[in-house]
Design a protein around this ligand. Structure first.
Ligand SMILES: C[C@H]1O[C@@H](n2cnc3c(O)ncnc32)[C@H](O)[C@@H]1O
Ligand SMILES: [Zn+2]
Length: 440
């Protein structure tokens, strides 16, 4: 329950009282610039009387905002458009032909819808690869959450396409940097080793280095990709990317299902972060799960992502934590692999580290990205183990309040403007499919 009707405004000091953190009732004070100034069991009267907004979190668990490290947000418009297909056919026969008709307005509303869904389910940061990304950034700016944007760079070995992709990437990066909004970051996004030429990958690696930005790429999602890379380049995909300079501490590699042990060690030695996308991998039947133990042994920072809504089909990171823990146990036949606390770290602190954002924990001096989960819901009762309930039993529907950068984005499960976004996204998605089916 939030006292103060203007609580959605930023720049108001906030006092969250009686939130359960690490099993203890604690209070959190957030200053006017959205920073956690104090957190603990004994911070009290002085901060409470100073605060312009009191949030009573009695009966709620406070966790850091969740971090989704691999998605294509505007693909929310393609939810349910092409299901139950093989990955390469799904992409080349259904998704790419539809995406050829996308407009900036589609991406704007698709990203508004995705941001809404992420806020509802407790995500406050995401890593996005798609097209018309200036429009995506406008949508995210309005929604109040954090994101890193890259243009999906695909040149298919064509020098002309490569020049266009370089221009689109440079344009996006300079645009995002010019906004000087700490919630919005730019990245470079070579789509995958099978869609980008050696020259394109080398350019992306150098650009990421000189601009000091993340390099976001799909890697070894399918066995066919690995075979194709060996045939074309005489190397497995990770070695090929390394030869192009694409593996560094800037790199976030999504999927990584078909890495062998040497590749896991290579990623570890280059300080690459990996995004595990269990729902998408199961739905697209990629036939192998992330080699979690080998990556962990190699010291790789392992994070969690939903992938796009066309291969998931939602953006609920609670579901993703559970699927990650279950898929690892099932595929690698190990009941102790990927325990709940590791799934939780993947979705919070590991994700924040990969995206270079100073969130992911509730700690003094850090930006206030905080999610309150209602414990008065059947899937949170009893609470023998809070992290177990968060990972294995509850879902995004239990989220009551979301704060990002000190600003309340959802309170009492209410997000201002939600109905308009739902209506407009439905309309825009129908028009997109109509245009694709009846090209002029
Ligand atoms: C940015 C492009 O990436 C496409 N995409 C979405 N999901 C996947 C996936 O699982 N593997 C490869 N490529 C994917 C998206 O449709 C855009 O074309
Ligand atoms: Zn993807």
């Amino acid at each position: 329950m939030t006292e103060n009707t203007d609580s959605y405004e930023q720049n108001r000091t906030k006092f969250i009282q009686n939130a359960l953190i690490d099993g203890k009732k604690q209070n959190i004070y957030i200053d006017e610039s959205g920073i956690i100034r104090s957190v603990g069991t004994d911070i009290g009267k002085e901060f409470r009387s100073e605060a312009e907004c009191i949030i009573d979190a009695s009966g709620m668990v406070a966790i850091p905002g969740l971090v989704n490290t691999h998605t294509h947000a505007a693909m929310s418009l393609l939810r349910g458009y092409a299901d139950d297909m093989h990955l390469q056919e799904w992409l080349s026969e259904k998704i790419w032909p539809l995406e050829a008709h996308l407009t900036g307005e589609d991406v704007y509303w698709g990203t508004k819808l995705a941001s809404l869904e992420m806020i509802r389910s407790g995500t406050t940061s995401f890593n996005d690869m798609y097209f018309f990304m200036k429009d995506a950034a406008r949508a995210v700016d309005e929604s109040g959450i954090r994101a890193t944007f890259c243009h999906g760079f695909i040149d298919f070995d064509s020098p002309e396409k490569r020049e266009n992709e370089i221009a689109a990437t440079k344009d996006l990066v300079s645009h995002i940097k010019s906004l000087q909004n700490p919630r919005l970051k730019a990245a470079v996004g070579p789509h995958a080793p099978y869609t980008v030429s050696r020259e394109g990958l080398e350019w992306c690696a150098e650009f990421s280095e000189t601009e000091d930005i993340m390099l976001h790429i799909h890697l070894s999602e399918t066995e066919g990709e690995v075979e194709g890379c060996i045939e074309k380049h005489g190397m497995r995909p990770a070695a090929f990317l390394d030869s192009c300079g694409c593996l560094s501490e800037h790199t976030l590699a999504a999927h990584c299902c078909w890495l062998d042990d040497d590749e896991c060690r290579l990623l570890g030695s280059r300080n690459v972060s990996v995004s595990h996308n269990p729902s998408s991998n199961m739905k697209l039947a990629v036939k192998r799960a992330l080699p979690y133990q080998a990556l962990k042994d190699a010291g790789v920072n392992i994070t969690l992502g939903t992938d796009g809504c066309s291969s998931n089909n939602n953006l609920d990171m609670f579901e993703e934590m559970k699927f990650a823990a279950l898929l690892q146990k099932f595929f690698w036949n190990s009941d102790t692999l990927l325990p709940a606390d590791e799934a939780f770290s993947m979705a919070t602190s590991n994700g924040a580290k990969a995206l270079g954002v100073s969130t992911g924990t509730i700690q003094e001096g850090l930006p206030a990205d905080i999610v309150l989960i209602d414990t008065a819901t059947p899937s949170m009762v009893p609470m023998h183990n809070c992290v177990s309930n968060i990972v294995y039993s509850c879902s995004g529907g239990a989220v009551d309040t979301v704060i990002c950068d000190g600003r309340i984005l959802m309170s009492d499960k209410t997000i201002p403007g939600e109905a308009e976004i739902l209506g407009k996204a439905q309309e825009i998605a129908s028009q997109l499919v109509e245009r694709a089916n009846n090209p002029q």
